[in-house]
Design a binder for this molecule. Structure first.
Ligand SMILES: NC(=O)c1ccc[n+]([C@@H]2O[C@H](COP(=O)([O-])OP(=O)(O)OC[C@H]3O[C@@H](n4cnc5c(N)ncnc54)[C@H](O)[C@@H]3O)[C@@H](O)[C@H]2O)c1
Length: 253
């Protein structure tokens, strides 16, 4: 028997990679999706492709006012948001002391702002709208899923800012889950290893070959659909809460 899906998801970074794969999966399953991204051209194209159950809102997730407005618009369009997925992110690599000079603190802060502070900003706005959802039979009103990285535990040279931003996402998962539990809102984080997305494709071929060779099994980069499948599993499995789940083929970098 077909399961009745009533997912209304909001996905940041939804115009590309992991966020887009999840949006496609949710639409295939009969849900609706609001995509937030800074990439207006691709966002509009994708929303046309995915059809009427998709809304694209050009949003820079580092702006609290823009995120709050997007959450309100999404809720008014689809009636509710019961899944918020944070995928917007950047992965710069920069040594603190390189041949070209000293890394600036503002460069560090920019990565923290896009990856970590905006994730908090979306959690804040999501819980504000989700608190008004009708609870299900278990009292659940919504699920927030954040995207960290295995760099949260295993950061490489050049990843001080990226690893710190992802470590922050992993660290705030439990306190947020504890706080939102009285509202029936779960918070779970996924820490992906290597996934074949446009972000991954920015790495030089010799770097991607070397990285995939280190993955114990399977010896390949993840398919974004495998990330989407985990999002859907978390959505359906009410016992998953307050945890960061590695999705990495046992890769330790
Ligand atoms: N691909 C991987 O191997 C991998 C591994 C570990 C973690 N991650 C994390 O997964 C998330 C998604 O990565 P991806 O591989 O799909 O990357 P991607 O580059 O394909 O997608 C990221 C999206 O975020 C958007 N974005 C960037 N800054 C934004 C902002 N300020 N406001 C709104 N949107 C913004 C981009 O326009 C882009 O569409 C990121 O947080 C990344 O750090 C990816």
């Amino acid at each position: 028997m077909k399961q009745p899906y009533t997912i209304s998801a909001l996905i940041t970074g939804g115009a590309s990679g992991l966020g887009l794969a999840t949006a496609r999966h949710i639409i295939e399953l009969g849900g609706c999706v609001t995509l937030l991204d800074v990439n207006k051209n691709i966002g509009n194209q994708i929303s046309k492709q995915l059809g009427e159950k998709t809304l694209f809102i050009e949003t820079d997730v580092t702006s609290e006012a823009a995120v709050d407005a997007a959450l309100l618009r999404a809720t008014n369009t689809f009636g509710k948001i019961n899944l918020a997925l944070n995928c917007a992110g950047v992965a710069p690599s920069e040594r603190v002391l390189s041949k070209t000079g000293l890394m600036s603190t503002s460069s560090f802060a920019r990565t923290i702002a896009i990856n970590l502070i905006s994730t908090f900003c979306v959690c804040r706005a999501a819980v504000n709208v989700m608190q008004h959802n009708e609870p299900d039979t278990e009292g659940q009103r919504g699920i927030i899923i954040n995207t960290a990285s295995i760099a949260a535990y295993d950061g490489q040279i050049g990843q001080a800012a990226y690893a710190a931003s992802k470590g922050g996402i992993a660290s705030m998962t439990l306190p947020l889950a504890r706080e939102f539990s009285r509202l029936g809102i779960r918070v779970v984080t996924i820490a992906p290893g290597l996934f074949k997305t446009p972000l991954f494709d920015t790495l030089p071929p010799n770097a991607t070959e070397a990285l995939t060779a280190n993955i114990p099994f399977p010896k390949r980069a993840g398919d974004p659909h495998e990330f989407a499948q985990l999002v859907l599993h978390i959505y359906h499995n009410t016992m998953l809460n307050g945890e960061t789940i590695r999705l990495d083929g046992a890769l330790r970098m």
